[in-house]
Design a protein around this ligand. Structure first.
Ligand code: PBG
Ligand code: ZN
Length: 323
């Protein structure tokens, strides 16, 4: 008698029967970039198929998204004006706030998540306000996060996702939401966010690159695995509803650790702009097959322990899963 694993690999149907991880459209969230102004649909050069869209061009996009089975979108705003305090980020008529209202008019089913951060709204491009010697001031930043999150909730956002990595941001936002009556708005914290070289295309898309320095004093050192558990447990203590790891495909050990240690918390993984752009660029050069590599990557992220994935491939996946 021989144990022969190949017996179960003989046909597509057989392989499907024993597949442990199944990627589905309901696992996926698509990022959208909303730009102040009108009649704007600018393709982002490093991210083929992704655009900066003005509010009046959102409807066509949302209708297309609805047909794909994508569960939701995460919104990033590019304001008309930036200042040192990121004021437009927290304005009731800011670009994300308007976009939330617009999407909610068009679609009642699509989940609308808003990224809560200041880098797109500050003229210096950092994720918080600065001290006189140009360091990011953690505690002076928190009230801005609260104001932004509450304004997103008022506009109708379903979930707020703080991404700025300030200490105490989850507790601050939770208190702020509760005080404003938004007890039912969940927080998806970017609990484990690394200072990665893979955010480059996003910074072009969101026009939010830091104008000096880098984000290493607030985002995590990619070398640190145990610290990821500390970051996640702090966010849990502070009352987050869900956790997230970012980037995803080169941090599968982290995804696995977080799921193992916090199994009761839904875990998202952000397959970021650079991860998307690398696969696209390699496929364009015919070095790899885009469909195979993208599906393999996203399946691996799920296999490692992610419950859902934010990915720029969401629309492509809907075509691939049907074919
Ligand atoms: C803003 C933010 C960033 C991303 C999501 N939210 C950029 C950054 O931290 O510099 C990156 C997403 C991506 O690369 O797709 N804090
Ligand atoms: Zn930021």
């Amino acid at each position: 008698m021989h144990i022969r694993p190949r017996r179960l690999r003989q046909s597509t149907a057989m392989r499907q029967l024993v597949r442990e991880t199944k990627l589905q459209m309901s696992d996926l969230i698509l990022p959208l970039f909303v730009k102040a102004g009108s009649n704007i649909k600018n393709e982002i050069s490093s991210m083929p198929g992704h655009y900066q869209l003005s509010i009046d061009r959102l409807a066509e996009e949302v209708k297309e998204i609805e047909k794909t089975g994508i569960l939701g979108v995460i919104l990033f705003g590019i304001p008309a004006v930036k200042d040192s305090e990121g004021s437009e980020g927290e304005s009731a008529n800011g670009v994300v706030q308007e976009a939330v209202r617009e999407i909610k008019k068009i679609s009642s089913d699509l989940l609308v998540i808003t990224d809560v951060c200041m880098c797109e709204y500050t003229d210096h491009g950092h994720c918080g306000v600065l001290t006189p010697d140009k360091e990011v001031d953690n505690d002076k930043t928190l009230p801005h996060y609260i104001a932004q999150a509450v304004s997103h909730a008022k506009a109708g956002a379903d979930i707020v996702a703080p991404s700025g990595n300030m200490d105490g941001m989850v507790a601050a936002i939770r208190n702020g939401l509760d005080e404003s009556g938004f007890h039912n708005i969940p927080i998806l914290s970017y609990a484990v966010k690394f200072a990665s070289g893979l955010y480059g295309p996003f910074r072009e898309a969101a026009e939010g690159a830091p104008q000096f320095g880098d984000r290493k004093t607030y985002q995590m050192d990619p070398a640190n695995r145990h610290e990821a558990l500390k970051e996640a447990s702090l966010d849990v203590e502070e009352g987050t509803d869900m956790l997230m790891v970012k980037p995803a495909s080169i941090y599968l050990d982290i995804i696995s650790d977080i799921k193992a240690n916090f199994p009761e918390y839904p875990l998202g993984a952000y397959h970021v702009s650079g991860e998307f752009a690398m696969i696209k660029a390699a496929a364009e050069k015919n070095l790899v097959n885009e469909k195979i590599v993208a599906l393999e990557t996203l399946t691996s992220i799920k296999r490692a322990g992610a419950d859902f994935i934010i990915t720029y491939f969401a629309k492509e996946v809907s075509e691939w899963l049907q074919s």
